[in-house]
Design a protein around this ligand. Structure first.
Ligand code: GDP
Ligand code: ZN
Length: 315
């Protein structure tokens, strides 16, 4: 049978078969996918083949095959084992919720999210939430940010999870897609999900209520069906993406506005730092590239990786 993994506990997987029935499945034998050593070979969102085995009165599914993943997001354990944990796979759209204040979302955080989404090959959409609370100056700032990110190819929507403004646009993007929501604690993820699908009881909301952030418990993702078609992946305790390991030369490729200019740099391995005839620096001087983006680029390039990881996972 063919199915999709909706839930993982690390040893058991809840798989929804094509006929709509959920089966408890386990794995037999070894899986090696894409050369990654992982603590959990099967991830939420995986498309799998499984067999049904009868054990007395019980029916147990055994996963035999995992389809190649379109993409996946990982988390590296903070301890010395440096084990990789695949959080979820086959994500169509990752939304980042952004607020100017309460809490502030800095452009460096947005840019790190976008770099990681590019590296993971996941479409990212920026949602500027709490639009109902901003004064004129703040609305101008949102306009400025949205224009900045739209120019480089990212869809941006101003929304209010409370008044419902533009929630229909978010739903239209989610329809028939696998989506997930990221953002700092307090940006309104649970309020938004509740506005989109009132009957969903995601752990994300419970976690923000109970203030469980910062606890280093292993959190597993879980997938839920949406009444209007599509699925949402709940990733409690994770406000963004994991770190993607990459070469310094690769980083610029994940800034679309740098990447499109790279061929005009004198050196094909240009890091856009002090090299002569750098098309990126030139565009920066001409204000065609935003300084905030370049600043984020430098920060990531300097690679305080532990700091980065902390930034992503802890509040
Ligand atoms: P989460 O931690 O990202 O899940 O954030 P919550 O959904 O718990 O929201 C944090 C606070 O912001 C709550 O008090 C919400 O009522 C409030 N909030 C969320 N979205 C909006 C919005 O669009 N407008 C206003 N005014 N408040 C919002
Ligand atoms: Zn350059």
């Amino acid at each position: 049978m063919k199915g999709i993994v909706y839930k993982s506990t690390g040893s058991w997987y809840s798989v929804k078969a094509e006929n709509g029935t959920f089966y408890d499945c386990r794995i037999k034998g070894k899986f090696r996918i894409g050369g990654i050593k992982s603590t959990n070979p099967v991830a939420v969102g995986d498309h799998v083949d499984f067999d049904i085995e009868k054990k007395g009165d019980e029916t147990v599914g055994v996963i035999k095959h995992i389809d190649e993943r379109e993409n996946y997001i990982i988390r590296k354990s903070v301890n010395l084992s440096k084990q990789t944990h695949i959080i979820a796979a086959n994500i169509d759209v990752a939304f980042l919720l952004i607020t100017l204040n309460n809490p502030p979302t800095f452009t460096t955080f947005i840019d790190r999210f976008l770099v990681t989404a590019e590296a993971y090959h996941i479409k990212a959409v920026l949602l500027f939430n709490k639009i109902d609370t901003y004064n004129e100056d703040e609305l101008l700032e949102i306009k400025f940010l949205a224009a900045l990110y739209r120019k480089i190819g990212y869809e941006c929507i101003g929304i209010s999870a409370v008044t419902g403004k533009n929630i229909d646009k978010v739903k239209a993007i989610m329809k028939e897609k696998v989506t997930m929501f990221s953002g700092h604690s307090g940006v309104g993820k649970s309020t938004l999900i509740n506005a989109i699908e009132p009957d969903l009881d995601l752990r994300t909301s419970k976690i923000s209520e109970q203030h469980l952030q910062g606890q280093h418990t292993t959190t597993f993702a879980e997938m839920f069906d949406l009444s209007f078609g599509g699925q949402i992946i709940d990733t409690p305790g994770i406000k963004g993406f994991g770190v993607v390991e990459m070469d310094k030369e690769e980083l610029g490729d994940y800034f679309p506005e740098f990447f499109e200019r790279k061929e005009n740099c004198k050196f094909n391995n240009c890091l856009h730092l002090e090299e002569p005839q750098c098309a990126v620096k030139e565009a920066l001087e001409n204000e065609e590239i935003a300084w905030s983006r370049y600043k984020s680029y430098l920060q990531i390039l300097e690679g305080e990786e532990d700091h980065f990881r902390k930034d992503i996972y802890n509040e």
